[in-house]
Ligand binder design. Structure first.
Ligand SMILES: Cc1cc2nc3c(=O)[nH]c(=O)nc-3n(C[C@H](O)[C@H](O)[C@H](O)COP(=O)(O)OP(=O)(O)OC[C@H]3O[C@@H](n4cnc5c(N)ncnc54)[C@H](O)[C@@H]3O)c2cc1C
Length: 491
């Protein structure tokens, strides 16, 4: 008789886990609390303007390709769009950088506009690439909690380069050592945002993230980020995965410290294996109330959250690219505000994404759909209604200054997403979008493993489990969880 698996949640790692399990011939069911799949990767259309609700920067598309290959499908079906410019950076003093996917152009642009020695920029980018290539196969693609899986040539090579990881330094300190202009330091510190961390505290090793955006460049799905959800749902269905929407899981049923099934309002469902794609902390708090909690893992500092403004603008601005970053002058104070004061700095940096530059049908003709993101603290009961209203004035002013025209009368449609909504909509502890923060050099080791040490048959695949948040890591979380399951049950 075929074995049965239940996945709790249809977020990215939930979908990827379902594809992998169904592909092994396991009868796989996904239970999703919402009426739609994809978790944070969903989309909303208002009066002809389509807004991606969650991620907009896709790196490492090869982890999606892996799923296509596994299912015997051609990854060319996942249509992407090439853009000459990868990212526009705008500074408070009027400096502008236009970075393409060509590393030599990037080196020239940074040295000409920010006065850095080209060799220093090249050295930094090469180091990021080398560290990424040495570290990713170990820290991102393998379980740190089944340490024997790490042994081999890759570990030996990674250990040989130990001094270059600057284990006792921070991202900011290492960047400051490399560059002369604080603007360049700010540019490279920004990559802490990729996992919701503080660049003045996060380990220097995380500087390797710049490799993904600067050396490799973001990938642009033709239909925006929702294409990721749509295509994985399609793969999952083709593999025979069965979806149950609007069915929140209320309890994981156990017998002799082994999973037996789940309880929902509709009844009990039985399974041999369970993969929780739900936030790890809430899996314990809500579904495993009588189980011993892994305290140290669950008490770690959380990553930051965001406020996103969705603005339908009835005009086009050719000066803007798909991805634009508008820096303010105070990066340390901005991150201190988020992590220490649990508030947003009075003049934070903004990230602006326009998906109608990729797909014209994402907005009415002659218009643009703007997604404007600010780093925000996790939800601790702040008055988000007030904060969202206050920051909106700042956002409109900063964007108007950028385009040299008052954009307020051009806003035809508007909506927003705040940390409380993120917490409630996706059932995420305090609305932190990347699970635990990476502000300590031990963070990677304190993330929850992809399996339960206490309960047989229970696995964890999500941005809140190892190796962490962000799409590439969540996809690996699913891969590691499934590999552990396959190895435990000799499948
Ligand atoms: C605004 C925003 C911007 C982002 N930008 C980027 C970016 O540019 N690049 C990037 O790589 N990443 C980005 N991220 C992070 C990225 O979206 C996540 O890391 C990724 O989507 C992984 O999600 P996940 O697999 O952990 O699942 P989630 O998206 O967290 O989904 C979990 C699912 O579980 C469901 N669920 C919860 N509890 C239950 C229950 N009891 N029963 C049934 N179902 C339940 C939820 O409804 C949800 O659908 C961003 C996130 C946000 C919010």
């Amino acid at each position: 008789m075929s074995k049965k698996a239940i996945i709790i949640g249809s977020g990215l790692a939930g979908l990827a886990s379902a594809i992998r399990l169904a592909n092994k011939g396991i009868e796989t069911h996904i239970f999703e609390a919402n009426s739609y799949p994809g978790g944070k990767i969903n989309s909303k259309t208002i009066d002809g303007y389509r807004f991606d609700q969650g991620p907009s920067i896709l790196t490492c598309p090869e982890y999606i390709e892996e799923l296509y290959t596994l299912c015997g499908k051609d990854f060319n079906d996942f249509e992407t769009v090439e853009q000459a410019t990868a990212f526009n950076y705008f500074y408070e003093d009027g400096t502008q950088l236009e970075l393409t996917k060509d590393s030599e152009q990037v080196i020239r642009e940074i040295s000409e506009k920010l006065g850095e020695h080209p060799e220093q920029v090249r050295k930094h980018l090469q180091k990021a690439k080398k560290n990424y290539q040495l570290i990713a196969p170990l820290f991102i693609e393998k379980s740190l909690h089944r340490w024997w899986t790490l042994f081999g040539k890759q570990l030996a090579q990674a250990l040989l380069h130990l001094p270059s990881y600057k284990l006792f330094s921070t991202m900011q300190k290492e960047n400051q050592g490399f560059f002369t202009n604080p603007r360049t330091v700010q540019l490279f510190n920004r990559f802490a945002q990729y996992n919701g961390s503080h660049p003045y505290r996060a380990p220097a090793m995380l500087n390797m993230i710049s490799h993904l955006e600067i050396n490799e460049g973001p990938t642009l799905p033709k239909n925006g980020s929702i294409q990721i959800t749509d295509s994985l749902v399609q793969l999952a269905k083709e593999q025979g995965v069965i979806f149950h929407f609007n069915e929140s899981v209320e309890e994981i049923l156990l017998e002799n410290k082994t999973v037996k099934g789940i309880k929902t309002k509709e009844g009990d469902y039985f399974a041999d294996y369970i993969v929780s794609n739900m936030d790890v902390i809430l899996t314990y708090k809500q579904l495993l109330k009588n189980t011993k909690q892994p305290k140290r893992t669950l008490q770690q500092e959380k990553s930051s959250s965001v406020i996103v403004y969705h603005l339908g603008i009835k005009k086009e601005f050719p000066k803007l690219n798909v991805h634009n970053m508008l820096f303010s002058d105070n990066d340390e104070a901005e991150f201190d505000a988020v992590f220490d004061q649990k508030e947003i700095h009075e003049s934070p940096s903004l990230y602006l994404y326009i998906s109608s530059k990729i797909n014209a049908t994402d907005s009415p003709v002659g218009c643009e759909n703007w997604f404007v993101l600010l780093n925000a603290p996790i939800n601790e009961g702040q008055d988000w209604k007030q904060i969202v209203a206050d920051k909106k004035k700042y956002v409109l002013q900063k964007l108007s200054d950028l385009v040299g025209e008052d954009i307020t009368p051009l806003v035809e449609v508007e909506d927003h997403l705040d940390p409380l909504q993120i917490e409630q909509r996706y059932n995420i502890e305090q609305g932190s979008i990347y699970g635990n923060a990476s502000n300590s050099r031990f963070s990677a080791f304190y993330r929850h493993p992809n399996f339960s040490k206490e309960i047989k048959g229970l696995y964890f695949a999500s941005g809140s489990a190892h190796p962490g948040g962000g799409m590439p890591l969540a996809l690996n979380s699913a891969k590691i969880a499934c590999d552990c399951l396959f190895s435990d049950y000799s499948l």
